[in-house]
Design a protein around this ligand. Structure first.
Ligand code: SF4
Ligand code: SF4
Length: 135
C-alpha cells in the first residue's frame, strides 16, 4: 500500500463539491484530513494523507487535477534554515506531532518531515525566522 501526503487547493467554484468522497468511491483510496482551512478569498485548502494502491492514487490525483485542484507535495512545504536556527528549543515544545525535536546528544534541532502536519505553530514561534512554511 502506498501513502502520499498532499496539499490540495480548491478554487471557489468547486469548494462545495464532494471531491474526497469520489476518491473513496471511485478510486478506493483511504484518506485522513490532517488540516483544512478556507481562506479569506474563499479558496479551500486541505492537507490530506492518501493511502491505497499506487496506480489508484495516481489515477485519483489525475482526477483531482482534472477538477481544477492545485496539488503540492506536502513533504516539500517546510524549510528550516539551519544557519539561522539557534537551537533554542521553542518550536519542539509547540510541535504536537513531535516532528521537531532537540537531539539530546548534539542539542541540535532535528526535523522529521513524515510527522509534520503543517500546522504552522513552529513558523509562528521562531524568534529568528528560521522556519518557512507554505500551504
Ligand atoms: S508545522 Fe506543525 S507539525 Fe510541522 S514541524 Fe511545525 S509545529 Fe510541527
Ligand atoms: S524556534 Fe527557531 S531557532 Fe528555535 S529551535 Fe526552532 S527553528 Fe531553531
Amino acid at each position: 500500500m502506498a501513502t502520499k501526503r498532499l496539499v490540495l487547493t480548491f478554487p471557489e467554484k468547486i469548494v462545495t463539491k464532494p471531491i474526497t468522497y469520489r476518491l473513496v468511491k471511485d478510486f478506493d483510496i483511504q484518506f485522513n484530513i490532517l488540516r483544512a482551512e478556507i481562506t479569506a478569498d474563499i479558496e479551500g485548502k486541505i492537507l490530506l494523507e492518501l493511502k491505497g494502491d499506487k496506480d489508484k492514487i495516481e489515477a485519483g490525483i489525475n482526477y483531482l487535477l482534472s477538477e481544477g485542484i492545485t496539488i503540492q507535495d506536502a513533504s516539500k512545504d517546510i524549510i528550516i534554515d539551519k544557519e539561522k536556527c539557534v537551537n533554542c528549543g521553542l518550536c519542539p515544545s509547540l510541535c504536537i506531532t513531535k516532528a521537531l525535536i532537540i537531539n539530546r546528544q548534539s542539542y541540535e534541532l532535528v526535523f522529521e518531515k513524515n510527522k509534520c502536519i503543517l500546522c504552522g505553530f513552529c513558523e509562528n514561534c521562531c524568534p529568528v525566522n528560521a522556519i518557512k512554511l507554505k500551504i
